[in-house]
Design a protein around this ligand. Structure first.
Ligand code: SF4
Length: 626
C-alpha cells in the first residue's frame, strides 16, 4: 500500500502532540521506498518521547541505514486518540519516514526495555495489520524480531515474536539481517528461513523449542530437532572503541524525556550488586577511550546542535579516566555554553566532586541510591557502601551548594527487617540534619534543604544471584510503606513510592514462563496497552487472567531451589549459574564479592581468563561466549 499519511493529516490537529507522528525531524533518514530492496522498521513499544530517548534504538536505526541495501524506519506506540483515529480511517499504524503501514515491511524489530510494555507490542502489531501470533503469519507478513534488556527472559512473549536477538547489536545484528534478506531473495519459505535463522549466533527462534511442566512447575525447555542448538549465547561487543556509534542523532521537534546528546562512555559494571540484572548481563566493563569520547562528542554536538552532553553508562564515574575526561570536556566546551551531565553517580565524595565540576549546581538535585537502610543489609546485597559514605557525600553536596537530595531504596530485599526500614527513615533524617546544619552556618544564600525518599519494590530478576528468591507479597510491601510513611513525617522530607501491585505484575512477567503469554494476550484483548502509564494500567485484568488460565502466582514468583530448572536456562548471558549460586550462598553470610576490576577475579565466567586486567587494560576480552 502507498503512504498513508495523506489520509489523516487533516485530522492530526485533533490528537494530542501530533509531533509524535509526523517525522521529518532534523537528521531523519528517508530513503527511496521503491528502490530499496529490504525494508526494516524498528519499533519501540511506548510513546515517541520515551522511545526517542533510547540510545539502543538510535544505534540500530543509524547502523542499519548505513547499509545501502536496507532502509530502516521508526515506529512508536500511538496514544489512544491516535489509535482511535487510525481505526476510524482504517489505516494501519505507520512508520515515521515513508509513512508506510507496518505490514509493508520485511522486518519489524522491537526494542524490549520494560516488561509492562508487552501488551503494547501486541497492540502495535494489530494496529500495523500484522497477525499477533507468529503461527498465523504467512509469506506476505514481515518477520517480527525483538531484542533489548528484558530479552534475557523472552518466554512470556514467545508466541508473538518470530525470533529474538540475544545481546548487544553492534557486532552481529547486521549479519543476521543480511542473512534474512538473502534467504528471502532466494524465495525460501517462512519455516525454512526461521530454521536457518535459528542456526545463527545469538538468535533464538522460540517456535523451534518446547517447554515442559510438572504440574504448575516449569521443568525444562528443549529444541524440537537435534539440529537446533540447545543454548543461545548472548552477543557482545568486545572493544567499545571500535563499536559502531552514530553521531548524527535525530533531533525531535517536541520535548522528549532525554533531549540531549548522549555518549556511552562505558558499558557493563562489575560492582556485583546481587539484585542488579544489568550488572550481571552486561559484563564485563568495556570503556571508550578519552580520545574516542571527545571525537564522538564533537561530532554529535556539531550535527545535532544540542547544548547538553550526557555521559552515559551504568556507573559513569567508574570510568578509569573520568577526571581526565571531564577536565578535557569542560575546557573544550566551557566557552560554548555546553553543559555536561553525569546521569549515574556513586555514593562517594569523589562522585560529588566530579558532578560539581561539570553541573550547574542549583539546576537540579543530586540523586544517590543506597538501596537499603542499613550497612548489614547492604552487605547482604553486595552494595559496598557504608552509611558514613552517604553522609560524607551529602555533606560535600550541601557544601557545594546543592539543596535537594534524592535517595532511592528498595523494599522487600531478602533478609529485610524492621531495623532496615528504620534505617531508611534515620538516614533520610540524618541527611536533612546535615543539610540544615550547613545551611545555618553558611555565609552564602542557600535554599531550604529538601530530602526526597523514593522506594520501589524489589523484583528478583533472571540472571541475578537473587533469581531464586521469593518476591515479597503486596501486603508485606504495603505494610512497609505504611511504616515508612509514619516514620518519615518531618518537614523537609518528601516520601514517594511505586505501586506494589504494578511491581508484582512486573515480577510475574519478568520471571514468567510461556504460560504468561495467554495472560498477556487476554489482558491486551481486554483493552490494555501503554501500561507504563499509570492511567492505562488495570492490575485486576492481570489477576483475572491468571485465574482464568489457572496459573498459580507462587509457581512464578515464589521461592525456587537453585537446582530447579528456570524458564531462561537455555540462554547464556555470560555469567555462569555456578557463580550466581555462589553469590546467592554468600548473600546469606553477608560475604562481600569485591569489584573484580580492582580485586581478584571471582570467576563469573564472562572473561576468557580469570584475570580482571583483561576486562579493562587490554580492552580486548576474548569472547568465550561465542
Ligand atoms: S570473569 Fe572475573 S574478571 Fe571477568 S567479569 Fe567475571 S569476575 Fe570479573
Amino acid at each position: 500500500m502507498a503512504e498513508v499519511f495523506s489520509q489523516i493529516d487533516d485530522y492530526l490537529i485533533e490528537v494530542d502532540s501530533p509531533e509524535r507522528y509526523i517525522g521529518q525531524e532534523w537528521n531523519q533518514i528517508v530513503k527511496d521506498w521503491d528502490s530499496t530492496d529490504f525494508k526494516i522498521c524498528v519499533g519501540f513499544p511506548d510513546t515517541y518521547e520515551i522511545g526517542m530517548s533510547h540510545l539502543g534504538l538510535k544505534i540500530i536505526y543509524h547502523m542499519l541505514n548505513e547499509e545501502n541495501e536496507f532502509l530502516c524506519e521508526r515506529v512508536f506506540a500511538p496514544w489512544t486518540d491516535m489509535e482511535d483515529l487510525l481505526k476510524e480511517k482504517d489505516i494501519g499504524l505507520f512508520s515515521l519516514e515513508n509513512k508506510r503501514e507496518l505490514m509493508d515491511f520485511d522486518l519489524l524489530g522491537f526494542t524490549l526495555q520494560y516488561e509492562m510494555s508487552y501488551t503494547t507490542i501486541l497492540n502495535m502489531l494489530d494496529l500495523g495489520k500484522i497477525p499477533v501470533y507468529s503461527s498465523e503469519r504467512g509469506k506476505e507478513d514481515p518477520f517480527v524480531m525483538a531484542g533489548g534488556s528484558t530479552v534475557f527472559n523472552p518466554e512470556p512473549i514467545t508466541p508473538f515474536i518470530d525470533f529474538f536477538y540475544i545481546g548487544e547489536a553492534e557486532e552481529n545484528l547486521l549479519n543476521v539481517v543480511k542473512s534474512l534478506k538473502k534467504w528471502q531473495e532466494q524465495n525460501l519459505n517462512r519455516d525454512d528461513i526461521l530454521f536457518k535463522l535459528a542456526q545463527l549466533s545469538g538468535v533464538y527462534v522460540p517456535s523451534l523449542y518446547e517447554t515442559q511442566f510438572d504440574g504448575q512447575e516449569f521443568s525444562g525447555i528443549r529444541p524440537l530437532k537435534d539440529s537446533i542448538k540447545p543454548e543461545i549465547k548472548r552477543q557482545r561487543v568486545n572493544n567499545l572503541n571500535n563499536a559502531y556509534c552514530p553521531t548524527d542523532y535525530i533531533v525531535p521537534y517536541m520535548e522528549i524525556v532525554h533531549n540531549r546528546a548522549v555518549i556511552e562512555v562505558s558499558r557493563g559494571c562489575q560492582r556485583g550488586c546481587r539484585f542488579c540484572a544489568a550488572g550481571m548481563t552486561y559484563r564485563p566493563t568495556r570503556e571508550r577511550s578519552v580520545e574516542k569520547i571527545i571525537e564522538l562528542a564533537d561530532k554529535t554536538l556539531a550535527s545535532t546542535g544540542y547544548d547538553e552532553l550526557a555521559l552515559a553508562s551504568l556507573s559513569t564515574v567508574d570510568h578509569t579516566k573520568i577526571k581526565e575526561l571531564l577536565d578535557q570536556l569542560t575546557e573544550r566546551y566551557n566557552s560554548s555554553n555546553i553543559s555536561i551531565s553525569l546521569p549515574s553517580l556513586r555514593v562517594d565524595e569523589f562522585s560529588v566532586e566530579m558532578a560539581k565540576n561539570v553541573q550547574e549546581i542549583r539546576r537540579s538535585g543530586l540523586t544517590f541510591a543506597p538501596e537499603a537502610g542499613t550497612d548489614k543489609l547492604r552487605e547482604r546485597i553486595n552494595k559496598g557502601i557504608k552509611e558514613e559514605d552517604l553522609y560524607k557525600s551529602v555533606k560535600a553536596a550541601f557544601s557545594y551548594g546543592w539543596h535537594r537530595i534524592k535517595l532511592y531504596f528498595m523494599l522487600g530485599l531478602p533478609g529485610e527487617t524492621e531495623e532496615d526500614l528504620l534505617g531508611i527513615a534515620n538516614m533520610a533524617k540524618n541527611v536533612l540534619d546535615i543539610g540544615q546544619e550547613i545551611r545555618r552556618n553558611t555565609d552564602r544564600r542557600m535554599k531550604k534543604v529538601e530530602v526526597q525518599v523514593n522506594v520501589t519494590t524489589f523484583i528478583p530478576k533472571p540472571f541475578t544471584p537473587f533469581q531464586w528468591v521469593k518476591m515479597a507479597s503486596m501486603e508485606e510491601i504495603r505494610d512497609k510503606i505504611n511504616f515508612l510513611q509514619k516514620n518519615l513525617r518531618k518537614k523537609g522530607i518528601n516520601f514517594d513510592w511505586n505501586d506494589p501491585e504494578v511491581s508484582r505484575l512486573e515480577g510475574l512477567v519478568a520471571r514468567g514462563d510461556r504460560r504468561m503469554s495467554e495472560v498477556i494476550y487476554h489482558v491486551w484483548q481486554q483493552g490494555s496497552r501503554l501500561e507504563g502509564w499509570n492511567e492505562h494500567i488495570y492490575p485486576e485484568r492481570w489477576f483475572e487472567a491468571l485465574d482464568k488460565y489457572n496459573i498459580e502466582i507462587e509457581s512464578i514468583i515464589g521461592e525456587k531451589s537453585p537446582d530447579q530448572p528456570l524458564p531462561w536456562d537455555h540462554l547464556i548471558a555470560g555469567v555462569n549459574k555456578e557463580f550466581l549460586k555462589e553469590e546467592y550462598r554468600k548473600s546469606f553470610l553477608s560475604e562481600e564479592t569485591p569489584d573484580c576490576r580492582w580485586n581478584y577475579c571471582s570467576d563469573c565466567g564472562v572473561c576468557y581468563k580469570p584475570y580482571s586486567e583483561l576486562c579493562l587494560e587490554s580492552n580486548q576480552v576474548i569472547d568465550n561466549v561465542n
